[in-house]
Write a protein that binds this ligand. Structure first.
Ligand code: GLU
Length: 501
């Protein structure tokens, strides 16, 4: 059968939990390859292993793919009520809805003599495995049922449960991988893989090959952990007289200490990065560099640049290190360049979880928040940080938090109280409460009375914000406005200098 000329690739996750950074990398590389080649990117859900199935995981996966901006052309989608529907001519795209198809091909392999029924009980298989481990042999089915006669196999099939296994020949299996070139496996070391389980469900291997063929997938781009499955897949293609797709196995992802990046090491669920306040664009940009690079080692890319520049030939086969520090740096680079209006919209859920209510229908408040975000934009690393960074602008004067160390340092001496009183009185007289006037007046105030500017400025900052760090002082005063500034100074004098006359 002739392959279609259009590139068709797929992301084929198993819904066993949250989407992992490794899964996002696979999805992204497939997406970039498809878009770069004007091809189709397909989402297929591989849920035939019912023991690993997690309720809601498919919906979760789809919504996090939506968040990341990796739009696909065919597959399952979520409607506005969160219900799954499917789109595309090759469906269904959820394997548990295609069980009969896989059975048909398992039977065909059986009929052709490339597969056989295995009647061994799980107990027997376990004993064989234990014995092999004891003898330091690789665990592998001992092929007991491989030589049953057809009549015997048919007779037992009527009364006993069985699985269907692939007849792996004792010969070399060779294929070309786009990233690794020639790859060779010794068939005599490969297990006679179960294709169909006794409950009628296919294993990953059978379902994956059948679907890649029927869905006319041209390139299989997936993680290195699937490389050792590929010879089995190559055999299934050959036995069914199908032309295999091209394969590209992406390098492993490691932690900076070179241990394998796995679910167990934490911080690998894409969901977590969303919650922390990473921008999807930044995450995609970072993940694109996990195993791929341009000749000039460019670091920051727009999505369109990634699409234009991506190629499998620039993918590496050596492991890629997942460095959270670099990702954080990249996120702050993106935040710096993002339109502050957009940042305001992005940060709304973070205000909610921080406990600050914002009336999103009040455009004045929104404008104000945009200005505040702009003030701190250069310093924001995560969206999650925004509410904390600007909360003292939004809280009522009486609810400003004065940390113990601030109180101890600034609201303690007689002279501090004196300065606050004097500076308050001076600020009262300013009619034009803008940044330039404030700076001019405050500097004059210090030099006229012989105060050190740093001392006065820090004291003032502490009194109006409760902190010793934050935006520039004149911005801080300006955005609070005269009334709140005076009020806060008065509250501080009343609250903390009680015992000082
Ligand atoms: N279902 C497999 C997974 O969970 C897909 C592997 C492949 O792409 O062939 O990653």
């Amino acid at each position: 059968m002739n392959k279609p000329t259009v590139v068709r690739v797929r992301f084929a996750p198993s819904p066993t939990g949250f989407l992992h950074i490794g899964g996002l990398r696979t999805a992204l590389f497939n997406y970039l390859f498809a878009r770069n080649n004007n091809g189709k990117f397909i989402l297929r859900i591989e849920d035939t292993d019912r023991t690993r199935y997690v309720e809601g995981a498919t919906e979760n996966l789809i919504s996090i793919l939506n968040w990341s901006g990796l739009d696909y052309d065919e597959g399952p989608y979520l409607d506005t009520h969160g219900k799954i529907y499917q789109k595309g001519d090759y469906g269904p795209y959820i394997q548990s809805q295609r069980i009969e198809i896989y059975k048909r091909y398992a039977m065909e392999l059986l009929k052709k003599g490339f597969a056989y029924r295995c009647f061994c009980s799980p107990q027997r298989l376990e004993e064989v495995r234990k014995l092999q481990l004891l003898n330091k042999q690789p665990p592998k089915y001992d092929r007991l049922c491989r030589n049953l006669s057809e009549t015997e196999s048919n007779r037992r099939a009527a009364i006993e449960p069985y699985t269907i296994r692939l007849k792996v020949p004792d010969e070399k299996i060779v294929f070309t991988d786009i990233i690794r070139d020639k790859v060779e496996f010794d068939g005599s070391l490969i297990d006679d893989q179960v294709l169909l389980k006794s409950d009628g469900y296919p294993t990953y291997h059978l379902a994956n090959v059948v679907d890649d063929h029927l869905m006319e997938i041209t390139h299989v781009i997936r993680g290195e952990e699937w490389l050792s499955s590929t010879p089995k897949h190559i055999l299934i293609y050959k036995y069914l007289d199908w032309q295999p797709p091209q394969f590209a196995h992406l390098p492993l992802l490691l932690n900076p200490d070179r241990s394998k990046l796995s679910k167990r090491s934490g911080d690998v669920a894409v969901e977590e990065y969303k919650k922390e306040g990473y921008l999807p664009e930044a995450l995609l940009n970072y993940v694109a560099l996990l195993g791929w690079s341009t000749e000039d080692s460019q670091q920051i890319f727009t999505k369109q640049e990634l699409i234009d520049k991506f190629s499998l030939s620039r993918c590496s086969k050596s492991p890629a290190i997942f460095d959270k520090q670099k990702l954080l740096w990249m996120n702050s680079e993106y935040i710096r360049k993002t339109d502050p209006y957009k940042l305001m919209e992005y940060s709304i859920p973070f205000f909610v979880s921080y406990g600050i209510k914002i009336d999103i229908n009040n455009s004045e408040i929104k404008e104000y928040i945009v200005k505040l975000i702009q003030l701190e934009q250069q310093k924001i690393k995560l969206l999650k940080d925004i509410p904390y960074m600007i909360e003292f602008f939004l809280k009522p004067d009486t609810e400003i938090e004065y940390k113990e160390n601030v109180v101890k340092k600034y609201f303690y001496l007689d002279t501090q109280k004196q300065i606050l009183i004097e500076v308050r009185d001076m600020l009262q007289t300013i009619t034009q409460f803008d940044k330039t006037t404030l700076e001019h007046q405050l500097r004059n105030f210090c030099s006229n009375r012989g105060y050190k500017t740093t001392e006065v400025f820090q004291l003032l900052r502490a009194a109006v914000s409760g902190r010793s760090e934050g935006p520039g002082l004149f911005d801080l005063l300006f955005f609070l406005g005269k009334e709140r500034v005076i009020n806060r100074i008065n509250l501080v004098i009343k609250k903390f200098f009680l015992n000082i006359k």
